[in-house]
Structures are given as structure tokens and as C-alpha cells.
Design a binder for this molecule. Structure first.
Ligand code: NAI
Ligand code: MG
Length: 367
């Protein structure tokens, strides 16, 4: 039986369209190899949408995303639009509202250190000897980033002050915790929940609710860490972690920490999901204006985002695995973009487009 999926593609700005072109090569191979019917439609977002429609998130793009089964996103932003008021700039005006509109309450970032790249990690080789594989599950649309009141004010003594409010509803914690435990059942069955329950009320509730959810998943082991300790343990023993479950702010920070200990942002995929399996998939990095237009950006973060898309939204695990295996094998054979190139003599430097073609070739022949 031929399966049918609708995919909205939002390439955006900077290196977004460059890496997206390589993603489309991969999608073309998948269509043929796995007999999938993929209905792909492209929409404008970010700076390119501002140039054409005067807004970073046109209605046609929103409708296209709402109509699709999943969204593949490149990146947005660049100096050209920095003169605009901040709320009209591509990142603020496109990505943040899109997450809200699509109700993407989960953000997952996969930080894997593949064994052929373990020398890129800033951590000592005895710590990362066989690589690590951490999945950060971050609550994305609650907590201190969205709580009200928020803003800057003047008090009665004419002192200026600012306020942010951290609020979590029990149901918000329950749904993200459920998600983390579900995902852990397909992995190494371990959840580390991060909070600051020694100081913050929201964290006390967080811990209580996570413990309650954990009762439904007796096969998953759960431990709790305060965020300050978590940041230390990740550096000390990254191999001890499987799924890390975090409120919005802590997840923002820890997912960057986990990403950085892989040594390369060009390799990091991410996904933002809601509970109906719908998701937006994108590289963890931005539009990289310093390297855009040069055909040197690493397309692997985007290609691994496609692998996540097939895993979490389309639930085609064999396709997700085939994409990841081709990436692993290309790396094993020494092919590198500039950002992951070292002085090892067996390494061969590839451009963005030749890396995309190389991975497509491997994928065609993947068993
Ligand atoms: P960035 O992630 O674009 O760049 C940081 C560094 O990482 C740069 O040196 C860049 O060359 C490198 N890098 C990123 N992706 C790479 C890849 N695939 N291959 C090789 N090297 C790569 O972050 P930055 O410089 O803070 O922001 C640049 C622009 O991107 C800004 O306008 C920012 O607002 C926007 N941005 C957009 C995001 C999104 O679309 N989700 C996320 C983060 C930033
Ligand atoms: Mg961040």
C-alpha cells in the first residue's frame, strides 16, 4: 500500500534554502525507495516573506502549515532585516508565533556524538569514548517565557524595575512529562527530570506531577536533578543521560549545553511537536549569515531533522533509521563539511551540495 503524507517546506533565509535543497534531494530518494506519496509544498517565511509580503509569517504560510502533516523548516533572520522593530524581525515574528499557532508544546533536541566524530567534542576522550546520545525534551510554550505579568515598570519611588512571571499549570506539566516518558520507552528507558525544587514553587509542582506521571511507566527509571547540578553532571558523565525532561527556561539552556558537547552545531536536529503527532522540524542552528551563499554549510542537521520527522510525525521508523545510517556511514567513510573537518588525513572536504548528494547516494544503497 502506498502511504500518503503532506509536507510543508519553509526554507527561510541565509543557509536555510541551501541546506533545504539537500533535504529535498533526500526526500526524492525516499519517495522512490520506499514508495511513498509525499505531497511537498513550499512557502515563504522570515526575511524573504517580509520582502515579498511585508510580513515574516504570511497567512498563506500559516494555512499551508495547518494543512500539512508536518513542517520542515530551514532558518530565518539576517542583517538585512535588523533595522525593523524587533517584534517584526524574522525570528520573533515568524518562529515564535508559529510555535503558538501550531500549539507546539514539546521541543526535542537530539545531541548525539557519533563515534567517528568523537574527537570533535570539547570533552576528554575518556569521558566520551563511545559517544553519547541525549534527548532533551523541553516544554516550549509555558513557564517564564510566556507568564504574565511581564514587562518593565516604574514603582512609586520612581525606580525602574522589570518582571517576568513563571507559571506552570499541572496539565502543562502532565502533558510534557507524558511525552518524555513515552519517548523514553523507545529508547534506553531513563528519564532525568530537571527543576529547581529547592527554591521555586513551579519546580515543586513540576516534581510532584512528574512523579505522578512516572507511576504509569513502571519500566522507565526516573531521577530528579536540580538544574545547577544537572549542568555539571552533563559535562561530567554525558553517557549517563538518556531523556532529559525540562521546563522551558532550563531546557533552553541545557539543550544548548548538550548540543555543544557534540562539538558541532551543523549536526544538530530538532523538532517541536504537539500531541497529534504534528511537528515542525529544523536544524538547531540559525541562518548563519557568516557562511551563507558559499555552499559550505553543513546540511546534516537538516537531514537528521528529516529523520526525526519520519520517526515522530510519520511514524516510519525504518525510513528514519535508513536516513540516519546513511549519515553515519558517510561520516565513517571520512566525508566532512568544513565545520567538522580536522587534520586527520583520511578526511575529505565536501561542499553543502556534494554532502547532500553523497548522503543521497548512500541512502539509495542503504539496505
Ligand atoms: P547561527 O546558528 O546562525 O550561527 C552560529 C555559528 O554556527 C555561525 O558561525 C555559523 O556559521 C555556524 N553554523 C550554524 N549552522 C551551521 C551549519 N549548518 N553548518 C556550519 N556552520 C553552521 O546563530 P547566530 O549567528 O546567533 O544567528 C544568525 C541569525 O540566525 C540571526 O539572524 C538569528 O536571529 C537567526 N537565528 C535563527 C534561528 C532559527 O531560524 N530557528 C535560530 C537561531 C538564530
Ligand atoms: Mg537557545
Amino acid at each position: 500500500m502506498i502511504k500518503k503524507f503532506k509536507l510543508a517546506i519553509l526554507a527561510g533565509d541565509g543557509i536555510g534554502p541551501e541546506v533545504m535543497e539537500e533535504g529535498i534531494k533526500i526526500l526524492e530518494v525516499i519517495k522512490k525507495k520506499f514508495m511513498l506519496k509525499l505531497d511537498i509544498k513550499e512557502y515563504l517565511v522570515g526575511g524573504v516573506a517580509i520582502d515579498k509580503f511585508g510580513t515574516a509569517l504570511p497567512k498563506s504560510t500559516i494555512d499551508g502549515c495547518l494543512n500539512a502533516d508536518a513542517v520542515l523548516f530551514g532558518s530565518v533572520g539576517g542583517d538585512k532585516w535588523k533595522h525593523l522593530p524587533v517584534e517584526q524581525q524574522p525570528e520573533r515574528a515568524a518562529l515564535l508565533p508559529l510555535r503558538k499557532i501550531l500549539n507546539l508544546f514539546v521541543n526535542i533536541r537530539s545531541s548525539k556524538l557519533y563515534s567517528s566524530l568523537s574527537h570533535l567534542s570539547p570533552l576528554k576522550s575518556k569521558i566520551v569514548n563511545n559517544g553519547f546520545d541525549i534527548l532533551c525534551v523541553r516544554e516550549l510554550i509555558g513557564g517564564i517565557y510566556y507568564g504574565i505579568p511581564k514587562g518593565q515598570k516604574m514603582d512609586n519611588y520612581k525606580r525602574r524595575y522589570a518582571v517576568d512571571t513563571s507559571i506552570y499549570y499541572e496539565e502543562e506539566i502532565t502533558r510534557i512529562a507524558n511525552f518524555a516518558f513515552e519517548i523514553a520507552t523507545f529508547r534506553r528507558k531513563k528519564v532525568t527530570s530537571v527543576d529547581k525544587a529547592n527554591v521555586l514553587e513551579t519546580s515543586i509542582l513540576w516534581r510532584e506531577v512528574v512523579n505522578k506521571v512516572a507511576k504509569k511507566y513502571p519500566e522507565i527509571s526516573l531521577n530528579h536533578l536540580y538544574v545547577d547540578n544537572a549542568s555539571m553532571q552533563i559535562i561530567k558523565n554525558p553517557m549517563d543521560f538518556d531523556v532529559i525532561l525540562c521546563p522551558n527556561l532550563f531546557g533552553d539552556i541545557l539543550s544548548d549545553e548538550c548540543g555543544m558537547i557534540t562539538g558541532s552545531i551543523g549536526m544538530l536536529p530538532s523538532a517541536s511537536l504537539n500531541k497529534s503527532k504534528f511537528g515542525l522540524y529544523e536544524p538547531a542552528g540559525g541562518s548563519a549569515p557568516d557562511i551563507s551563499g558559499k555552499n559550505i554549510a553543513n546540511p546534516i542537521a537538516l537531514i537528521l531533522s528529516i529523520s526525526m520527522l519520519f520517526k515522530y510525525s510519520f511514524e516510519q521508523l525504518n525510513i528514519a533509521d535508513a536516513i540516519e545510517s546513511s549519515v553515519i556511514n558517510v561520516l565513517k567513510d571520512g566525508y566532512r563539511t568544513f565545520d567538522i573537518l580536522t587534520t586527520n588525513t583520511n578526511e575529505k572536504l565536501l561542499s553543502t551540495s556534494s554532502m547532500g548528494s553523497k548522503i543521497s547516494d548512500y541512502l539509495k544503497h542503504e539496505e
